[in-house]
Structures are given as C-alpha cells and as structure tokens.
Design a protein around this ligand. Structure first.
Ligand SMILES: Cc1cc2nc3c(=O)[nH]c(=O)nc-3n(C[C@H](O)[C@H](O)[C@H](O)COP(=O)(O)OP(=O)(O)OC[C@H]3O[C@@H](n4cnc5c(N)ncnc54)[C@H](O)[C@@H]3O)c2cc1C
Length: 1002
C-alpha cells in the first residue's frame, strides 16, 4: 500500500466518521434505552457479565416473580455496581414492593422491545413491512433465521422448512416491490431482491467434524431443496461461517454442492471469510482456486469473526493452538489484506465487506477505487439495529448497503442479542471506541499495527516435549485430538488400518519380566462384530497368580528403594511412548471396547494424564519434610510404599483407569499385579508393554489376565498382597472389601481402594438453557452407550421446564446414530457383551412395567449391523423416585426422567439413592446454583455442563456412599492411599549441645 492510498483511506475514514458523529454523537443507537443499557455494560465488567446473563435467561422466565427474583439475584450480588436507575428497579421488584408485578411487566416490555430492535419479525409475514421500509431507505437485506440450537433431526427439518417458507413467502411479495437501483443493481448485473443467510449447524443435528464426510452429505441433503427453491425464486443464498470447528466442513458443503450439475450455473451463492482466523489467507486462496476451476463467480462476505471469545476460551480449555489472532490489530491487518485480494478478482468474487469499522470500510472503498472498480462492484454489510449513523454515512456516499436481518422468535433472539452485546461492548470493539468512548479520530483511523504474530504459521499438531524428572514443567492435560482437523481424522483412519493389520496376536502372561505361557487362553472379541476375534491372551490360574506374587515380592525392596525420581521417570517415559502411539491405542480400543474415535482418543489422553500427574505427585510427596522447629529435635516425615498391589481394572476405560491405578501404585513403589478386565486384555497388554519399555524393572509389573472368580478371589485373599485397587461394580467391590478384611496380608490389614457404581442425576431447573441441557444430558446418558460410572441415568426436571425439555430430549435421543464405533457417524456403539445386553434389556423390560417409554432407538430392519451387542438408547418418563430403574445402576443407555415440583423435591430425589458419584445441575439462577453446590451431595458435581469426562487435576474423580471408598483419582490425595507415611524423630542434643536447624540435612 503506498502513501497516497493510505492518505486517501484515512481521508475517507475521517469523512465517514465525521458524517456519523454529526448524525449522533454519543449513542450507539438512536434509541435511548439501547444506548443506556450498552453504556452500563461498558462501564463495569462485572455488571456487564450480570447483564448479559440476565438477558440470556430472561425469555425463560415466565412468572413475574421469577423475573424479579432473577433480577435481584444477578444485580444485588456483591461486587456488582448496578447503576442507580437499575437499583431503583430492583427495589421496586422486591418481595415487599407493592408495585412488584407492575415493575416486572415494565421490565419485560422494555427488554422485549430492546430485543425486537435487532429482529425484523417473527416470520416472513411480519418481516415484510420492515424489509420494505429498509429498501425504501436504500438498504438491502439478507435474512438470518434465529432459532434454538438444533439438537434433533426434527428441529433440523423444522429449520429447513423455515428457510423454504421464507423463500416462498418473500418471492411474490418482493417481485411487487418497486425497484431501488442502489440496492438492486451491481457492476455485474441485477441482484436478487431476496437474500438469505443460512447456518449449516441448523440443518443437521448430528453435525460433527469427526464425521466430516457424513456431515457434509447430510447438510447437502437438506440444502438441495433450499438451493433449488433459491434458484426457482431468484434468491441469493449465503452460507454463514460459524465456529472454527465447522469452517472446513462449511467450505466443503459449499464447494461440493455448487459443483453438482444442477447448481453449477447458480450465480447467487455466497459464503463467508473470517479474517480473524490465522490461516484466513489460505482460505481465500483455496476459494479463488476453486472459483477459477468452476468458472463462475461467487458472493464472498468478508467478516472479522463473531466467535472470538468462544474460540480463545475453547482453545485454552482444550490446550489447542488458538485458531484466531489474539491481537485485534492482526485481525484488522488481515482484513485489509484480504480486502485487497478480494477486490483484485472481480471475475471470481463479488465482495461484500461486513463491518462497522470506518477504517476497515474505508480501505475497501479506496482499494476498489484504486483498482478502477465502480462503487457498485462491492457492497457494505452491517447488522440490523446497530450502528445507524454509520449506515447513514455509507448510504450517503451512494454505496450499496445490506443489513443482516434476523427473523425469528424472542427466545433465540435473546441469545443473538447477547452475542451482539458482547461483541459491541468488548474493549477492542470499534463501535465502542467510536461512539461510547469518543476515541480520538486519528487513533481510530490509523493503519493497524500488526504484531509479529501475524506472520506466524498455524500450528497444527503441537508436539509435547518429554517430561524431565529433574525439572518437570507444571502439569497440563493432554490436549484432546481435534477431529475438526483433517490430519487427526486421517491419523485415526491410518491407525485403525494398522491395528487391523496386526490383529490375531497372542499375549502371554508377563511375570517377573518374562513371558509365561498358559494352557488356557481367552479371546478378545469385537463387541460390534462378535464373530471377530481380535487376539488372544493367556489366562492365568492359581499357579501363575502365586508366581506373580512371588515375583512382585522379590521386586519390592529394590523398587521401594529406587526412590521417587527414578520411579517417576518411568512414568514420564511411558507417557512419552503412549503419546507417540496414541492413535493406535485409540483404534485398538475402538475395536476391543467398542469406543467411538473421540471417546477412545479421550481414554488415551486420560491415561497419559495419569502418568504425567502421578509422576509429578510422587516427586512432590517424595521429598522428605521436616516438621516443627524445636531446638534439639529433628522431625522428618516421609512416605514409603505399602507393599505389593493388586490392580483389578474395568473394561469401560480399559486404558485410562487401568493406567491410573497401575501407575499410582507403581510410582509409589508398590510392585503391581495387573488383572485386566476379561473383555479388554489386549489394551491392557499394551499398557504393560509401554511401562516395561519405559523401564519398569522385572517383577514390578506383572500381567495376569484370568477368570475373576478364580484368580481375582485368590489374589484378594492372598497374604502376599498388601493393597488392592479396584474399579468396578458395587457387588464385586463389596465382596473384595469383605474378603480383604477377612484375609489380612502377612504384614497387616489390606488397604482397599474401591471405585464403584453410580446412579447419577442431572437436575434441570425451570430456568435452564435447554439448548445446553438437552445436548449435555444426551451426551452424558448415551455416549459410550451409557457404560460409564459417571453417566447420567436420571434427569430430574422441574415442572415448568418438564414439557419442553422432554419433547426436545425425546427427539434428540431418536436422532442418535447407533452403529459400529469405527464408523465416524456413530454416536452410540455396542455394549460390551451379550450378558451386558441381556442385563440392560431386563431393565428396559422393568422400565416398561413401572414407567412410560418415551423414546427408543430400535434396530434397523434386518437387525443391528454385524450382529453386534447393541442396545438402542431408551428414555423413560414419569418415573417414580423409588422405581427400580430410578434406583439401580444399569450401565447402559437407559435414562429415567423424573418430575419435581421445586428444587427441594429435586434435591431430595437426587440424593435419594445409595450412590453419590456424579451429579449435574442446569440452571441460570445464582441462588439455586449456590444451594445445589452445597446440598447436592455427590463426589463430582457439574453445573451447566455434562457430567462425564472428568479431567485429571481439573476434576479429581470419585464418589462416596456406595460409590466408593478412597480419595479421588487424578487429585492431590490419591497417591497417599498407596503410601505409608512415616515420621522419625531424633534427639539431636548431646551433652547439652544442639546443632542449629540449618546443619541438619536429609
Ligand atoms: C452483515 C454481517 C454478517 C456477518 N456474518 C458473520 C458470519 O457469517 N460469521 C461470523 O463469524 N461473523 C459474522 N459477522 C459478525 C462479524 O464477524 C462481526 O460483527 C465483526 O467481527 C465485528 O467487526 P467490525 O469490523 O464491525 O468491528 P471491530 O470492532 O473493528 O472488530 C471487532 C472484531 O475484531 C476481532 N477481535 C476482537 N478482539 C480481538 C483480539 N484481541 N484479537 C484478534 N481479533 C480480535 C473479532 O472478530 C471482533 O468481532 C457478520 C457481521 C455482519 C455485519
């Protein structure tokens, strides 16, 4: 960009701003209320949060008392600086205020009015007068359909119908509108009067980049009729861009649909480019390349991006590289760069610049001029209801302006509003700076000063450095594989093929570091295709168990004395090996345990986390501590291992839980005998191999699959076992505890750590966000076919939310794809075995006797594929709290829905089971959340999210009551259970002389 251009840009930006400021100096909007609310939000961050939350919950508050209660809960909290007017409103709504009902009505009316400013109407009919008025003022529109998140196929079909109805409803009316040349004509010819923006996520409820091909196909199936109608009615259609995870998917939908014969000649299809993405220029390059090949132009809307907060928070939570720039100047610079490239290709692109930033728009205007393009070779787009002075300034320059105009109901309208408020009250927002803060014009229009970050290439697969036992970095969870990235999907597919190529191997026992053959063996089968034997493992008996105990006892002194550093180093090396093989381990788990790729991959991540976490924990606990500081006395406190550990692992987290229990025992200095679960010996053999390769000395890790009733019981009673770590069912857990008590170890009472079952409930409050509640309950109840001890098996819904929650839950359940876990479309795979299926089916039969079956995913005609052990998800409603299906752990995809009149009843029902493992609460009431934190007595309580997927360190996991004995896995107390604390006191005074404390060393 030369200096002359830059001068022109600044001059134009200055003119636009001057026109804007002349129009209205101090308000974002002409409406006083709107300006007032935004100004409050901008004045105080805490107040802004409360305001956004109140606006978000507001549409679900039906009763007046509820509005008043929430208003008080949000704005009377400590630290919230509510402005005087608002405080006055809160007082008026107080329980003793005589005008409380009236005040609530006023608030409702005002807020509705506020939201409606951003919406053109609830449907085509209501929108027509507003759209007509817009055109009369010289402004075009693109309609955006507001709605709830699509959680079911019924909802996706409903969206499709709304799009089709809009096109139908507007086509004839629009034809009768008088022409408005500035809106209807462009450099490339006449433009459609009706213009619709669509979101791919609204059209397919199971959309997920993990199933890239299937999602693209499903969205296209729903889009085809819309595109046909678009062509028939002469409308323009643009696919919005949403969160980064859908970016590639959206482009793929767009390009492959338009490559189909019937759409090849369609001239008014458009898509969006987000400048805040670090690789936005590559997106543009690929679109240009494709448009070249297609030989027809497309509409391309350049935006900065509406999900900045979401993307940065998500990346931080998942440990992923941030896909967006983190400096606003970089986004602005990228926007300007892309503006130029877009304008340089008028044969391929019909550019729209969507922005409320005078500088960004001035760059577009002046670049177009510099390239000799007419003013109508591009258009400016802005949001309906916002930045009116700016729009007037753009129109006054004779430029084409189009508004992004939402249609829909108030409830989704509020969510939209929250997003817009968030965007426009952000510190860096141009609108905020221009209108509210009155920033100096020179500051606003100067070129963005990009940071060096602008040039940094996108990191796709960050490599994780091995942990140095002498200087470990702080613990961080292993980032989950991001299946929105193609390389991860391909890596998984390749791993699956590689694992399949190696199937059929036999795994002998490992005792004392040596392979041990047995006469018996057990077969590992694929639960999705029970005829498929994946491999075999030796099956030990008493003789081998005896040998394993002997080997472990022989290894004990050396391993105990090896010290924390050396033992931790083994775990860190194992973690490194596991990371290197992560995809193959996940693929093996898909085959052996029936886990979908995301679930399997998360299982490996958790195993890695345990290794890294317990390794660090041992280093922390392993340091000798000095206690007290009394002269003449030296007190030390340190830990030593308890002895030989028996690890009895479950099949549902065949790597994570097994690795967690084994590594904790091992790093604490206890040699281990691993008895893996019957269905998953192959995954267990991999863990043993990795730990041995990492340096676990012979005898410290013994692999002993075998029949539970024989080997398990024998070892539990064996005097050579000092410690038992068990995860599994309540019945087996109780038996182990009883036997261990009756059969002490040679050196004392056996320590038992037992993680057992759960009957976990999610309470859905009257004001819950049902978009979140339904999606999270479905995932918590049905992913991995409900075979997690943390799974949701009860939902307790407060009366006012019951009907809509159940309606959406039932449809969402019916939309789940049940099938082979290898298939990326599958959300629910098989259960682990024929016996498990039988047991679950027994509970389903019981449910039919004691409640109403509301949804069941039935097998397809011809039965489930591969003859797998499938049980379709089932939802029962009107379940009584005492019913069998509301009390017993089912460990399958069966969900009981219960009603509660109020929170007291909901809590009584939730706590009214013998388990206390996980629980959930969906609510937007601060007071109710506070209450539930205290009174919902479970080991792991999750608020406004799913109740499975605890992460090491962040959500230490474990329950009480009948859910377990012992402290939480992945937490700071866990390792202590594997250790014996010792205290040594030495009197250091000799003949009246005591050395000073500093002279005492370890
Ligand atoms: C007609 C129209 C259609 C739209 N369609 C879409 C769409 O399909 N998809 C979509 O995602 N958005 C869409 N948007 C929203 C658009 O992305 C935002 O309105 C826009 O980002 C606001 O930018 P601005 O230029 O008006 O304001 P500015 O204040 O100049 O820019 C604000 C933007 O800068 C970015 N940003 C803020 N802070 C930082 C930071 N620290 N580091 C890096 N970047 C930062 C964010 O993108 C933020 O939204 C649309 C907007 C309009 C007007």
């Amino acid at each position: 960009m030369d200096a002359l251009d830059e001068r022109r840009i600044q001059a134009t930006a200055r003119e636009i701003l001057a026109a804007t400021r002349a129009h209205e100096p101090s308000r974002i909007s002409s409406e006083r209320w709107q300006g007032e609310i935004l100004e409050w939000a901008m004045a105080d961050e805490r107040l802004k949060v409360e305001m956004l939350r109140f606006v978000d919950v507001f549409p679900t508050l039906r009763a007046r008392g509820e509005i008043n209660r929430h208003l008080r809960e949000y704005f009377s909290r400590q630290g919230v600086a509510a402005p005087r007017l608002l405080r006055w409103g809160i007082d008026l709504t107080g329980p003793r205020s005589p005008v409380a009902p009236l005040a609530a009505a006023v608030i409702r009316r005002q807020l509705k009015g506020f939201a409606q400013r951003f919406i053109v109407g609830r449907d085509a009919r209501a929108a027509v007068p507003v759209l007509k008025a817009l055109r009369d003022s010289g402004t075009g529109f693109t309609l955006d359909v507001l709605g709830e998140a699509t959680v079911s196929e019924a909802e996706a079909r409903a969206y499709q119908k709304v799009y089709l109805d809009l096109l139908d409803g507007l086509a004839t009316r629009a034809a009768a509108w008088p022409p408005v040349p500035v809106v209807d004509e462009s450099a490339w010819g006449p433009l459609p009067r009706v213009n619709l923006s669509l979101k791919v996520t609204s059209l397919y409820s199971q959309i997920d980049p993990v199933d890239f091909v299937g999602s693209v196909a499903a969205v296209k199936d729903r889009l085809r009729p819309i595109f046909r109608k678009g062509i028939a009615t002469g409308a323009a259609l643009t696919l919005d861009l949403e969160q980064f995870r859908y970016r590639d998917l959206t482009y793929s939908v767009f390009t492959s649909l338009l490559d189909e014969d019937e759409f090849r000649a369609y001239d008014h299809a458009g898509v969006v480019l987000q400048a805040y993405l670090r690789d936005a220029d590559r997106d543009l390059e690929e679109l240009l390349w494709w448009a070249d090949a297609r030989g027809r132009a497309i509409d391309l809307r350049l935006v900065k991006g509406a999900y900045w907060d979401y993307e940065t928070v998500l990346a931080a939570q998942e440990g992923w590289p941030v896909p967006v720039f983190t400096h606003k100047a970089d986004t602005d610079a990228m926007y300007e760069r892309l503006t130029r490239t877009m304008l340089e290709h008028p044969q391929r692109l019909r550019p729209a610049f969507a922005s409320h930033n005078a500088r960004s728009l001035a760059v577009a205007i002046e670049t177009a001029r510099g390239l000799g393009l007419p003013d109508n070779a591009f258009e400016v787009q802005m949001l309906h209801g916002m930045g009116e002075p700016l729009k007037a300034a753009i129109r006054a320059r004779g430029l084409r302006l189009r508004e992004y105009a939402p249609v829909g109901e108030l409830i989704p309208g509020m969510a939209y509003l929250v997003r817009r408020l968030l965007e426009n009250t952000a510190d860096d927002s141009f609108l905020r700076q221009t209108f509210a803060e009155g920033a100096a014009v020179d500051e606003l229009i100067r070129p963005p000063r990009p940071t060096p970050d602008l040039g940094v290439p996108v990191v796709r697969l960050p490599s994780i450095a091995p942990t140095d036992a002498d200087a470990p970095a702080p613990f961080a969870n292993h980032p989950p594989a991001d299946f929105a990235r193609r390389e991860n999907r391909e890596a998984y597919d390749a791993a699956l093929a590689a694992v399949r190529g190696r199937l059929g191997a036999h795994y002998p026992l490992r005792i004392g570091g040596r392979d041990t053959a047995t006469a018996r063996s057990l077969s590992s089968v694929n639960p999705a295709v029970p005829g498929e034997v994946l491999g075999t493992a030796a099956s030990g008996g008493r003789t081998e168990a005896e040998a394993a105990v002997a080997a472990a006892r022989t290894a004990l002194p050396g391993w105990r004395d090896a010290g924390p550093r050396e033992r931790s180093a083994v775990l860190f090396r194992a973690a490194e090996l596991m990371r290197a093989e992560a995809m193959e381990l996940a693929a093996l788990m898909t085959l052996e345990a029936g886990k979908t790729r995301r679930e399997a991959s998360a299982d490996v991540d958790e195993a890695v986390d345990f290794l890294e976490y317990y390794g660090r924990e041992m280093l922390r606990l392993g340091a000798t501590r000095r206690l007290g500081s009394v002269p003449g006395e030296d007190n030390t406190y340190f830990y030593e291992p308890r002895g030989v550990a028996l690890v009895i692992a479950p099949w549902n987290f065949p790597l994570a839980i097994l690795t967690g229990m084994t590594s904790a025992a091992l790093v604490a200095g206890n040699p281990v005998i691993v008895k893996p679960a019957g269905p998953t010996p192959l995954v267990a053999a991999q863990m043993v191999r990795l730990l041995e390769t990492a340096g676990a000395p012979p005898g410290t890790l013994n692999y002993l699959p075998g029949p539970g009733a024989e080997v398990g019981d024998f070892l539990v009673r064996h005097p050579g076992i000092d410690l038992i770590a068990f995860t599994g069912s309540l019945d087996v857990g109780r038996r182990i505890i009883a036997q261990a008590a009756q059969h002490p170890a040679a050196e004392g009472i056996k320590k038992v750590i037992a993680e057992m079952g759960g009957k976990n409930a999610v309470i859905v409050d009257a004001d819950a966000d049902l978009d979140v509640a339904v999606a999270e309950v479905v995932a918590s109840a049905f992913h991995y076919a409900g075979q997690k001890c943390s799974a949701a098996s009860r939902v307790i819904v407060l009366e006012p939310a019951h009907e809509s929650f159940v309606r959406r839950l039932v449809e969402a359940t019916r939309s789940l794809v049940v099938g082979p876990p290898e298939d990326p479309a599958t959300r629910v795979g098989p259960v682990i075995s024929a016996e498990a299926r039988e047991r679950i089916e027994g509970y389903i039969a019981q449910g039919k006797l004691e409640a109403t079956l509301a949804a069941a995913v039935e097998p397809p005609a011809g039965g489930w594929p591969g003859g797998g052990f499938y049980v379709g998800p089932h939802v029962f409603v009107d379940v009584a709290p005492g019913a069998v299906i509301a009390q017993e752990e089912i460990f399958g995809p069966v969900l009981a829905v219960l009603r509660a009149a109020d929170l007291d009843e909901a809590l009584a029902v939730a706590n009214g089971v013998r388990y206390a493992l996980t629980g959930g609460f969906m609510s937007r009431s601060p007071a109710a959340i506070e209450r539930v934190r205290r009174d919902f007595r479970v080991g792991n309580l999750y608020i406004n999210r799913g109740i499975t997927g605890a992460l090491v360190d962040r959500q230490p996991f474990g329950g009480f009551k009948m859910s377990g004995v012992g402290s939480k896995a992945g937490g700071p107390d866990y390792l202590l259970q594997f250790l014996e604390p010792r205290a040594v006191t030495e009197n250091t005074m000799r003949r009246g002389f005591a050395p000073s404390g500093e002279l005492l060393t370890d």
